[in-house]
Design a protein around this ligand. Sequence first.
Ligand code: ADP
Ligand code: CDP
Length: 208
Amino acid sequence: MIIAVDGPAASGKGTIAKALAVHFALPWLDTGLLYRAVGIGVLRAGGDPDNPNIALTACDFPDALLEDPALRSEGAGAYASRVSVHPEVRAALIERQKAFAAQPGGAVLDGRDIGTVIAPHADAKLFVTASPEIRAERRYRDESADNQDANHDAILADIIQRDKRDSERANAPLKRAEDADLLDTSDLTISAAVQRAIALVEARTGKR
Ligand SMILES: Nc1ncnc2c1ncn2[C@@H]1O[C@H](COP(=O)(O)OP(=O)(O)O)[C@@H](O)[C@H]1O
Ligand SMILES: Nc1ccn([C@@H]2O[C@H](COP(=O)(O)OP(=O)(O)O)[C@@H](O)[C@H]2O)c(=O)n1
């Protein structure tokens, strides 16, 4: 069984995807980490993320980079969003994601284009959303835990800009697949959001 979970920044898709993976005993891939690794590579090399050739060079990163806590920052997210616009970068990362989805038994993947490009034939698709203000509040809480300079308004502005860039790009934009179930987590606790996600997947697949 393949489960595709897409949605904008801090909507809760990673939390939900991870919980679905545990519930249905499936492996999980956070595809955003791949784009974040490319973004961090460009950032650390002092390169221009809007230059496709420079971004492409950073696609050949060591797996250990995926464990780097620096990937989690909103700054890395912004760079990821800029490098992910380039078709060259998306092409370099696509096979790894498709192979993960195609493994025997299935998988859970979360990102922006899982239900539309990586696994259009997924058995269940969720499009997870929440209001920009609530998403910024969640990210601010995460960032302020280890960064005293975290700035709520800057994070909100960044999230709005990232939503716009991700939704408007020509290649694999962030959008709800026609057959995806919408899950708005704005007014849901984590536990309620996870329960709702499990119920939606059960309804689509008949699997428990
Ligand atoms: N329904 C929810 N209510 C409150 N906080 C949530 C909810 N879902 C996720 N969070 C928290 O918001 C932050 C971002 O969630 P995450 O799942 O990483 O989002 P995404 O993968 O969409 O960026 C995390 O700190 C997470 O614990
Ligand atoms: N499947 C994916 C996943 C992420 N991305 C890009 O990578 C950035 C970071 O993704 P992420 O999922 O780690 O970000 P958050 O939603 O966790 O903030 C996004 O803003 C997208 O631009 C993408 O283009 N396609």
